[in-house]
Design a protein around this ligand. Structure first.
Ligand SMILES: O=P(O)(O)OC[C@@H](O)[C@@H](O)c1c[nH]c2ccccc12
Length: 274
């Protein structure tokens, strides 16, 4: 059994329990449910965008504790001030130490920034939660969904005004799961079954992703030079967590990376300006 299998097994139990205590109607009646969402696609494609999706992550199955003292509100606000285009907030508790409250807090602290609910979505109920907790987009992971589930869930997400980031790890997942109902395609450099992380994954898949999707490279990114290589390969979005969260000042680390990255980009029009 892989770690991903264990996470999904646990997730099914968790979703059933939450559904039993909070009916869909309660989520639909919550104050944030009707809010107008912010577009991550627009934020990442805006001229001058840093392209960075900055993640709030306390721990992970591959790294253990990364940061168990950081405050959600100040860290995410710091990320935004330092130039993050989009925020990603883990809501999985058992494996990543995130909570629904983290997402709600990040929403309240950053009303105008697109926020990704980072979790393992396997059921439409979780889309209602995402909307009720203040998310603007959700992650759908091809490795744990059938192609039908990807297209059904992404259609339902759109009906709620949520954008969809489809995560793939190889050619096979991309070929079978890419639906025109998704907005952004993320290539995870980390294999969720083995934890092996390599940016070659993104480099190999870049050309196979049609250009109408915003291309995001995810995980294991630490250095501006690597980002420039990936940008040249066609990636405009960079999902980064650990490199920031493991430092004592995540926002300052982001600011340094943005400065370094933009100074190395060949075209001034893509330069981030605060
Ligand atoms: O902390 P990193 O190596 O910068 O990675 C961030 C993000 O890509 C990673 O947390 C992630 C990518 N896909 C996921 C799916 C579930 C949980 C976590 C993830």
């Amino acid at each position: 059994m892989t770690i991903l299998d264990r996470i999904i097994e646990q997730k099914r139990i968790e979703v059933a329990q939450r559904q039993a205590t909070t009916p869909a109607s309660a989520l639909e009646n919550s104050p944030l449910f009707g809010r107008q969402t912010n577009s991550a696609r627009a934020a990442l494609l805006a001229p001058g965008s840093s392209g960075i999706i900055a993640e709030f992550k306390r721990k992970s199955p591959s790294k253990g504790i990364i940061n168990d003292t950081a405050d959600v509100s100040s860290t995410t606000q710091g990320y935004v001030r330092a130039g993050a285009a989009v925020l990603s907030v883990l809501t999985d508790e058992p494996f990543f130490g995130g909570t629904p409250a983290d997402l709600q807090t990040a929403r309240q602290a950053n009303p105008d920034t697109p926020i990704l609910r980072k979790d393992f979505v396997i059921d439409a109920y979780q889309l209602l939660e995402a909307k009720a907790w203040g998310a603007d987009l959700v992650l759908l992971i091809a490795a744990c969904l059938t192609p039908e589930e990807v297209s059904d869930l992404s259609r339902q997400a759109h009906d709620l005004g949520l954008e969809v980031l489809l995560e793939v790890h190889d050619e096979d997942e991309l070929d079978r799961s890419l639906a025109d109902t998704v907005d952004l395609v993320g290539v995870n450099n980390r294999n969720l079954k083995t934890f092996v992380t390599s940016i070659d994954t993104s480099l190999q898949l870049a050309e196979r992703i049609p250009d109408d999707f915003v291309k995001i490279t995810e995980s294991g990114l630490h250095e501006a030079a690597t980002m420039v290589t990936l940008w040249k390969a066609g990636y405009t979005g960079f999902l980064i967590g650990e490199a920031f969260m493991k430092t004592t000042d995540p926002a300052a680390s982001l600011a340094r990376l943005v400065a370094d990255y933009t100074s190395q980009l060949p075209t001034p029009s893509n330069t981030f300006t605060p």
